[in-house]
Design a protein around this ligand. Structure first.
Ligand code: GLU
Length: 465
């Protein structure tokens, strides 16, 4: 049997970190089994889905380097198939028209995991056609009373048993005739020959309903694997309120796709003690057994750590290209040829100190900005004494005659310090502030070399006098 998985996002918002992880697990599993990974856009909610959101989700998935096989399936295009199945279920009396006002237009989701409350049973489930009024209705699935439990084996959670009395007669067609999620997903998964459905644990009750639909239609059921949810630091479900929760947030901050992919894979899945790996390694190591049962905690420190490792593992030229692309997309700055060259020289010095392209950008800003330090707060750190030191130093270095490179600059500063009874840091710190507008930076003599003599002296003049 061919292994076929799918990612089925509803395009109603940016791709959430949890969704990105679901896509990744489905992809890794399919590829580890030499199978296919498919993408289905669940765009039947006309009010909430739109094509620009679909495009954003597709871009995010591509950005992660997850590639799907076959054509993207748009659920909306399968509506006729859904209707045929609804009609079939009605005809076979496995579903019924429900005219109850109260419950009519909703797909209530009242069951809680482990709830013992008996769920809604419609009074219309066993009434014949003749008694039906001429008014709006929804179509509900007739949840069987015998057997009263459903059992299945989840690939992550093991054997599960569900009391069907806690599952309502759920809506499969709305009053406008359109199919609800639980019907559409079964029809589409069946038609797409999906062998494994891997998704968040919050879909567990949906799975029970979907299994009932599979059984009613006498279709082979796929395997199910429910991934534990992602929690925030306080142990609650990660949500928009936590600040960064969509993939876009991390893209904008300049995290590399390789780092995100590595981190997302480790959110709930493990292989031995491996923490730092690439996509191909993850594919070769991935198994559903490696998915843990308890919720995973979104740990920003761990992400930063992994991200840094990915950054420093890349060749300088690649980082340069990625940074330029990042600046072009997310920062509204155009860089001249000479700045590009300065940036290229500066990158090897700064990469080790940063965890993302965004941080590299921030740390490099002084190269693009005007010579005048705009951060007045930082400039205020220069007291009269250090201003005088810098003024004197500027005069001395201006009249000295040597090739402007980091090695000779270092020698010059050391000799100057000795002659003036100063320590290197007495000059180094104010130099750093005046040249970069920051109190921390890579080696100051390298920065002086990159800025060049002219710009260095200009900055010392403008910012210190
Ligand atoms: N469209 C559903 C969602 O985004 C799909 C869930 C599933 O994988 O079946 O939650």
């Amino acid at each position: 049997m061919e292994i076929r998985t799918r990612f089925a996002p509803s395009p109603t918002g940016d791709l959430h970190i949890g969704g990105a992880r679901t896509a990744l697990f489905n992809y890794l599993f399919a590829k580890s089994m030499k199978g296919k990974f498919l993408l289905r856009i669940e765009d039947t909610d006309l009010k909430r889905s739109n094509s620009s959101l679909t495009e954003k989700i597709i871009n995010d998935i591509k950005w992660l380097n997850i590639h799907w096989d076959e054509e993207v399936v748009f659920q909306r295009q399968n509506q006729n198939k859904h209707k045929q199945i609804i009609d079939y279920l009605l005809e076979k009396e496995l579903a019924f028209r429900c005219f109850s006002e109260k419950e009519n237009h909703t797909e209530s989701n009242i069951e809680k995991i482990g709830s013992r409350e008996p769920a809604f049973r419609s009074p219309w489930r066993d009434l014949g056609k003749n008694t039906q009024p001429n008014k709006q209705y929804v179509v509900r699935f007739k949840v069987p009373s015998d057997p009263s439990r459903i059992n299945f084996t989840d690939k992550v959670r093991g054997d599960l048993s569900w009391d069907l009395n806690t599952i309502e007669d759920f809506v499969i067609a709305r009053s406008d005739g359109s199919s609800t999620y639980n019907l559409a997903v079964v029809v589409d998964d069946h038609n797409m020959k999906i062998s494994h459905v891997i998704r968040g644990e919050d879909h567990l009750t949906n799975t029970v309903k979907q299994l009932l639909v599979y059984q009613a239609l006498d279709w082979v059921t796929p395997e199910f694997a429910h991934i534990p949810l992602i929690h925030n630091e306080r142990g609650e479900k990660l949500s928009k309120r936590d600040g960064k929760s969509s993939l876009l947030d991390f893209k904008q901050e300049g995290f590399l796709p390789d780092a995100m992919l590595n981190y997302l894979a480790r959110l709930g899945w493990s292989y031995k003690d491996e923490e730092f790996f690439n996509l191909n390694q993850a594919i070769s190591w991935f198994t559903l057994d490696g998915i843990g049962k308890s919720p995973s905690r979104f740990d920003i420190k761990k992400l930063l750590n992994i991200s840094k490792k990915h950054l420093v593992s890349k060749p300088a030229d690649e980082i340069h290209a990625l940074l330029l692309q990042y600046i072009k997309i997310y920062k509204d700055i155009s860089l001249s040829g000479s700045i590009l060259e300065k940036l290229r020289q500066y990158l090897p010095l700064v990469v080790e100190r940063c965890t993302s392209l965004g941080e590299i950008f921030e740390a490099s800003l002084f190269l693009f900005e005007a010579d005048e330090v705009r951060e007045k707060k930082v400039l205020a750190l220069l007291d009269d004494n250090s201003r005088e030191i810098i003024s004197n130093f500027r005069c001395a270095i201006k009249s000295a005659n040597f090739a402007w490179n980091s090695k000779l600059l270092n020698e010059f500063i050391n000799t100057y310090c000795e002659e003036s009874s100063l320590k290197f840091r007495d000059i180094g710190i104010p130099l750093r502030i005046a040249l970069t507008g920051s109190t921390s930076s890579p080696s100051i003599v390298h920065i002086m070399e990159i800025l060049g003599e002219h710009q260095t002296l200009d900055r010392l003049n403008i910012n210190v006098d």
